[in-house]
Structure formats: structure tokens, C-alpha cells
Design a protein. Structure first.
Length: 289
């Protein structure tokens, strides 16, 4: 009987080793840009399970319970067609070339073409029993394309004259260092509301009535082409009426702003403030973003 139990133990260990090797081989084969059909979220969960080191920075900054809260309330990103950038870590990337990903409606992207992870910076603050979770996205630049304004400027008499006089396009809708964000307000009973940045203010849905408002989360933040202004989509979601490129929340790298060396940051555009210099960083209820 003892020999049979010993044999079974050996066989069990062998099976575990085989499965571990198989999972390791699967993870090694995952491309930098993983299509939605490959189950991007599942692949990243497997990576975390094997490495056992996901969200260590969050736990170090906030503790286990609040780190789980910050991870749980992160919204996935869905990008308007034509937008190629993904949010990245400014400490590794300050140019568009290292932040672009394919503009493909059927992709679930967690890395740029340069191999950099989609990254969101976080901040957690408290007001009594209420918690505010800030999620900040860094894009190397912003190029407002609302209603084709970028193309109108390019061919307008003002735009042409500007190029002749200065040798530069000088498009007023362009700037370097684009910081956008999403804010989640969590009540003591667990109820949550969300709003996102859009052209210097906060809003919930895309309609004008949602300006400055908080609203229920849908699981997604939609990123506009060019400007990266956001809103919470209420008329569909990826795979159900809103077929656009995504970055699912599970696969996004989270970095707490509380733990980084902010002195390393140098503005590339003097008019654009990083999150820790914005009013919203200290006052999450401010109408300005």
C-alpha cells in the first residue's frame, strides 16, 4: 500500500511539472500585442499567477485591502478608431514612437509596439469613510481632432500663413505631455461613482448634461482620437455595439504616484501640469481637471 501511495505521489508531481512547463510555454508565446480572441485578460492573469508578483507596488503603497480596491475599480480603456497611442510610463517613454499600438478594432492591447506596458498611475485619498481613487494616463502628446479641426487648420489660410512665417505648423490643438485621468469615488458602503477628464474639466457621459457630473461605472473609459479626452460609454461596450480597440483592466500596469520620484519629471510643454501639480490631486471634487 505504501508503495502505491509513493508511486501516486511521484505521478502527481510529474503531472504538476508538465502542466507548469505547458503554462510557461504558453506565456512565452504570448505576443506583445494580444488579440481579443486570445483572451488577453486571461493571459495576464496567468502571468500574475506564475510570477506571483503582480501589484507589489500597489500593496507596498496602500496595503493589501486598499491595493485590491484600487485594482478592482480600474476601468478598461476603449480607444476611438484612429487613435494609435496607449498610456505609458513617462519615465520610459516621452515620444509618440514608443507609445503607439496598431489601430485595429479587434485587438486587446496591453503593450505598445515598442514593447512598453500600458500603464496607469494611481493616487488614493480619504475623506472620512469615503475613498477617492485617481487614475492618471500619460500620453506623449495631444492633437485635438474634434470635427476634423486638425485638417481644417492644416489647409486654412491662417495655418498656411503660420507655416510660411514661422516654418512651424503651430496647430493650437497640439501640445506635448498629455495627462488625462479617471476618478472613482467609493462610499463607505461600497457604492461607487466615476467621472473622467475632458478638455480641462470632468464629466461622466459624453453628452453636455454630464459635464462635471459623477455617474455609475460601466467598466470602461472611452478615449477620444487625438485629444485623448475621455467619457464613460453608456451606449455599448466592447463586443456589444462598440467594436473598438481595448486595453482590458486586468492587463494594465498600475503605479502609485505616492511612491515615485516626482523630481525626475521635466515638463516638455510649460502649459501642461503633471497630476501632482493639479488641483484635483489634493481636491478630488474640484470641477477642473
Amino acid at each position: 500500500m505504501y508503495g502505491q501511495r509513493g508511486q501516486a505521489s511521484v505521478e502527481w508531481v510529474a503531472l504538476v511539472v508538465v502542466l507548469a512547463l505547458a503554462v510557461g510555454g504558453l506565456l512565452a508565446a504570448i505576443p506583445a500585442v494580444d488579440g481579443r480572441s486570445l483572451g488577453g485578460a486571461l493571459a495576464h492573469r496567468l502571468t500574475c499567477a506564475v510570477k506571483g508578483a503582480c501589484d507589489d507596488e500597489l500593496r507596498g503603497a496602500y496595503g493589501d485591502a486598499d491595493a485590491e480596491l484600487v485594482r478592482r475599480h480600474l476601468q478598461g480603456l476603449v480607444f476611438e478608431p484612429g487613435e494609435r497611442q496607449v498610456p505609458v510610463d513617462w519615465r520610459s517613454c516621452r515620444t509618440v514612437e514608443c507609445a503607439v499600438a496598431p489601430d485595429d478594432r479587434d485587438l486587446d492591447v496591453h503593450r505598445s509596439e515598442a514593447g512598453l506596458p500600458v500603464t496607469v498611475f494611481t493616487r488614493l485619498s480619504r475623506d472620512g469613510d469615503r475613498r477617492y481613487i485617481q487614475y492618471w494616463f500619460y500620453y506623449p502628446d495631444s492633437n485635438t481632432a474634434w470635427a476634423g479641426s486638425d485638417k481644417i487648420w492644416k489647409y486654412s489660410s491662417v495655418g498656411l500663413a503660420n507655416r510660411l512665417l514661422t516654418g512651424s505648423d503651430g496647430y493650437p490643438g497640439f501640445h506635448q505631455d498629455d495627462w488625462e485621468g479617471a476618478m472613482v469615488r467609493v462610499e463607505a458602503d461600497g457604492r461607487a461613482a466615476v467621472r473622467v477628464t475632458s478638455h480641462g474639466q470632468w464629466q461622466w457621459c459624453k453628452q453636455r448634461r454630464c459635464a462635471g457630473q459623477w455617474g455609475p461605472a460601466t467598466g470602461w473609459t472611452r478615449v477620444s482620437r487625438g485629444s485623448h479626452a475621455g467619457h464613460v460609454p453608456t451606449d455599448g461596450e466592447p463586443g456589444n455595439g462598440l467594436r473598438e480597440r481595448t486595453s482590458t483592466a486586468e492587463g494594465i500596469r498600475l503605479i502609485p504616484l505616492e511612491g515615485i520620484d516626482k523630481d525626475r519629471y521635466r515638463r516638455l510643454d510649460p502649459g501642461i501640469s503633471p497630476p501632482w501639480q493639479k488641483d484635483a490631486y489634493a481636491n478630488p471634487e474640484t470641477p477642473e481637471s
